[in-house]
Design a protein around this ligand. Structure first.
Ligand code: KDG
Length: 323
């Protein structure tokens, strides 16, 4: 059975063939993207059996999404097809008129076409579907993000149900993934409750600053006493894990960034893989940085971690961390 179950919407992603404002783009390459399936794929590449739970439309994009994620070795038995609603879609704008510093996506700007999508109709009832219940019940970790509650009231209820259900030894991780454009007039205040109810909260310092008024690790620890572990990512520089034992920080690897989308998801996967493998905080953070680096130097959302085992990745990186 999969150790880790990642729940949330993925979409067809249209990536322009050249940087610049969308007005001038001639053609797009089609791929798949979505924070939670990115994490599922990266977890699998790091040796963690994973599953992705979502919904897609009965359309070519939906089949493509399921096909791509399945090809990464991820269990997609919990992905249902909703014939009445379409698969979501996003376009990426890079450089040109894309605003600098758009959160979670570096210099890229995402344009969503996902209102009323198949996945946005997920609800607390989705968790009672046999295929989904089987995955969640058997999992050691359920991974959620702040994108899902932004999609619809029913998706918000699903996230709340997952965070409120008794979970025994099962961990729930929650990556803030602040997407203000998806919240629009809805109140994002519920994110405080969700972050606090998780076991592992992953927060970008910049997005936490915008969502909660501070990106400072110590202040975030005070604001969120709930999670056993809070991981604060100061994207370009250092990541700090705060636990009952105190704070551990690790600097990021230096790489030439090709395309930043998906790096946060890869970091989450690396950190969570290290957690599930029982590594200490320092190694968990290093695995996060390694996975993020592989996404930063790749064009799509999911970096190719190739066939390197976790141990090989860590060994290969010792030099750089010693330097
Ligand atoms: O983290 C990458 C995601 O932002 C991208 O894959 C699209 O899931 C996505 C979203 O909702 O922003």
């Amino acid at each position: 059975a999969p150790w880790a179950v990642c729940i949330g919407e993925s979409m067809a992603a249209l990536l322009p063939d050249a940087p610049g404002p969308l007005d001038g783009v001639e053609s797009f390459a089609v791929s798949a993207g979505g924070a939670e399936s990115n994490v599922a794929c990266a977890l699998r590449a790091l040796g963690v059996p994973s599953a992705w739970v979502s919904r897609v439309g009965a359309d070519g994009f939906g089949r493509r999404l399921v096909g791509e994620v399945t090809r990464h070795g991820v269990d997609t038995s919990g992905v249902a097809v909703d014939a009445a609603r379409p698969t979501g879609l996003y376009l990426k704008e890079t450089g040109g008129s894309a605003r600098a510093g758009d959160l979670g996506t570096g210099r890229s700007r995402l344009h969503y076409y996902r209102a009323g999508s198949a996945a946005s109709a997920m609800s607390a009832a989705t968790l009672r579907e046999p295929a989904v219940a089987r995955l969640v019940d058997g999992a050691r970790l359920v991974h959620l993000t702040g994108i899902t509650p932004a999609l619809s009231e029913t998706c918000l209820e699903m996230v709340r149900a997952l965070l409120e259900a008794p979970r025994g030894d099962r961990l729930v991780s929650f990556d803030l993934n602040w997407r203000p454009v998806l919240w629009r007039d809805r109140d994002a205040g519920v994110l405080r409750e969700f972050v606090n109810a998780a076991d592992v909260a992953l927060l970008g310092a910049d997005e936490a600053e915008l969502a909660f008024g501070t990106g400072d690790p110590a202040e975030l620890r005070e604001l969120f006493p709930g999670p056993a572990t809070i991981v604060v990512k100061d994207a370009e520089r250092v990541v700090t894990a705060l636990t009952a034992d105190g704070a551990v920080s690790e600097p990021a690897l230096t790489v030439d960034v090709v395309e930043p989308t998906g790096a946060g998801d890869a970091f989450a996967a690396g950190y969570l893989a290290g957690t599930l493998h029982g590594y200490d905080q320092r190694r968990r953070l290093r695995m996060g940085h390694l996975a993020a680096a592989s996404a930063l130097v790749a064009h799509g959302d999911v970096g190719e971690l190739g066939d390197l085992t976790t141990a090989e990745l860590l060994d290969a990186s010792e030099e750089q961390w010693r330097a």
